[in-house]
Design a protein around this ligand. Structure first.
Ligand SMILES: [Zn+2]
Length: 120
């Protein structure tokens, strides 16, 4: 798919100019959690909209118990949060950084998959 013209790169909201060890360790743990296609799919679904386990299982094609386990892991790591809505538990992404991270990872991957030219 051709990329739209983007004269300026997307704004990256960095908190510090130079990461410290604690930040590098924490970011590595985030990448470790993203390093699973099903979890990445769930996070992408949550980047679109908050959702409950049933919806996420149906939309991802993964088994409901597996989805629950992934969500528990993601919640423990503070990548997703949950709230009760009646009898449903609704999940959402923790923050906009994670959303950007997931979308950028998938966009980067699309270049690999399609062979579309790289860009800055
Ligand atoms: Zn691109």
């Amino acid at each position: 798919m051709p990329e739209p013209d983007r004269p300026t790169p997307a704004t990256v909201h960095l908190h510090r100019p130079v990461p410290d060890r604690a930040q590098l360790d924490a970011a590595s743990r985030v990448f470790a959690l993203l390093s699973d296609p099903t979890r990445l799919h769930l996070l992408w679904l949550l980047s679109e909209n908050e959702a409950d386990v049933s919806h996420l299982a149906q939309a991802s094609g993964a088994a409901r118990p597996a989805v629950s386990q992934h969500l528990a892991k993601l919640r423990l790591a503070n990548l997703v949060r949950s709230r009760k809505e009646g009898r449903r538990v609704v999940y959402s992404l923790r923050d906009g950084h994670l959303r950007n991270l997931v979308l950028e990872a998938l966009s980067h991957a699309e270049h690999k998959v399609t062979g579309d030219p790289w860009h800055s």
